[in-house]
Design a protein around this ligand. Structure first.
Ligand SMILES: *Cc1c(COP(=O)(O)O)cnc(C)c1O
Length: 250
C-alpha cells in the first residue's frame, strides 16, 4: 500500500515540478527562483515522509497540533517547516518548537509576542506578512490598504526578519480571476521596497499560488508556491476549517 502511495506521490511531484518549470520558462524566470512548499494539513506524517524522501525539503502546516503530532515521524528528516495558518497568541511557544518561519503574521499583538520570545531565547525569527488580497471578510491577513503601514510598524521588532509577503488570494477555479490578488501582492512588495522600508535582498519572498493557480502566481512573481492537493490528493475537511475563524471546533 505504502509502495503505491510512494509512487503516486512521486508522480504527482514530478507533474507539479513540470508545471513550475513550464511557468518559469513562460515568464522568463529561472526555476531556481521558485520553491515548492508542501501544504500538509491533514496529511499523515508517513505520507509527508514519502515526499521528503522524493527530494522535497519544505513543508507548511496550518495547525500547531499537526506540527506536534507529525514531529516524531519526521524526526531525522531534513525539512524546513513554515507555519502558514492562523496563529493564536497562546500557541506561539508551541509553534516555535517546530517552525522556522511564520508566514501568517497579520497582527501586532502576535508580532510583539514573537519578538518577546526571541529576546528571551536570544535569537531571531523569519516571518512574512499575510495580506488579504481578495478583500473577503472570511480570510485572514492584513487589508491591502494597510499592509505597507503594518510592515512599517513591524520594524519596531528588530528580532523579526520580515522576509516577504504571503497571500491566499481569491478562491476561484478560474486562475485569471485570482491573478489580480497575486499582482496586488507583488505591487505591495514593490511599494515597501520603494519606500526603503526594507531591502529587496532581505525582503525577497512572495508566497502565493496553490494547486489550481500556481502558474498564474509564478507569472506574477511568486518565489514560494504552496501546494497540497496536487501532491497529496483531496482533503477530508473543507478549507474553511483552516481559513475561517468562525468555524466551530477551531
Ligand atoms: C491548504 C493550503 C494551501 C494549499 O492548497 P491546495 O489547493 O491544496 O494546493 C496553500 N496555502 C494555505 C495557507 C493552505 O491552507
Amino acid at each position: 500500500m505504502l509502495g503505491n502511495t510512494a509512487s503516486l506521490i512521486r508522480d504527482n511531484l514530478r507533474l507539479v515540478h513540470q508545471r513550475i518549470t513550464a511557468a518559469c520558462v513562460r515568464s522568463s524566470r529561472s526555476a531556481s527562483e521558485v520553491r515548492l512548499l508542501l501544504a500538509t494539513k491533514t496529511v499523515p506524517a508517513e505520507r509527508i515522509r514519502l515526499a521528503l524522501e522524493a527530494g522535497e525539503n519544505l513543508i507548511g502546516e496550518n495547525k500547531v497540533q499537526e506540527l506536534k503530532k507529525k514531529d516524531q515521524v519526521l524526526a531525522g528528516q531534513t525539512v524546513e517547516r513554515h507555519f502558514i495558518g492562523h496563529l493564536q497568541s497562546n500557541k506561539i511557544a508551541e509553534v516555535l518548537k517546530y517552525a522556522t518561519c511564520i508566514q501568517s503574521v497579520d497582527r501586532l499583538s502576535v508580532a510583539e509576542a514573537l519578538q518577546h520570545r526571541m529576546a528571551r531565547d536570544g535569537r531571531s525569527l523569519d516571518i512574512m506578512v499575510q495580506v488579504n488580497t481578495s478583500f473577503e471578510d472570511s480570510k485572514f491577513g492584513r487589508h491591502p490598504s494597510d499592509a505597507v503601514a503594518f510592515v512599517e510598524a513591524l520594524r519596531q521588532y528588530p528580532l523579526l526578519r520580515i522576509r516577504g509577503l504571503m497571500t491566499i488570494g481569491l478562491f476561484d477555479a478560474d486562475p485569471e480571476k485570482v491573478r489580480p490578488s497575486f499582482r496586488l501582492l507583488r505591487q505591495l512588495r514593490e511599494q515597501i521596497i520603494e519606500k526603503s522600508l526594507l531591502s529587496p535582498v532581505e525582503f525577497s519572498e512572495l508566497s502565493m499560488g496553490m494547486s489550481g493557480d500556481l502558474e498564474t502566481a509564478i507569472e506574477e512573481g511568486a518565489t514560494i508556491v504552496r501546494v497540497g492537493t496536487a501532491v497529496f490528493g483531496r482533503r477530508q475537511y473543507p478549507d474553511s476549517y483552516y481559513w475561517n475563524e468562525q468555524t466551530p471546533g477551531t
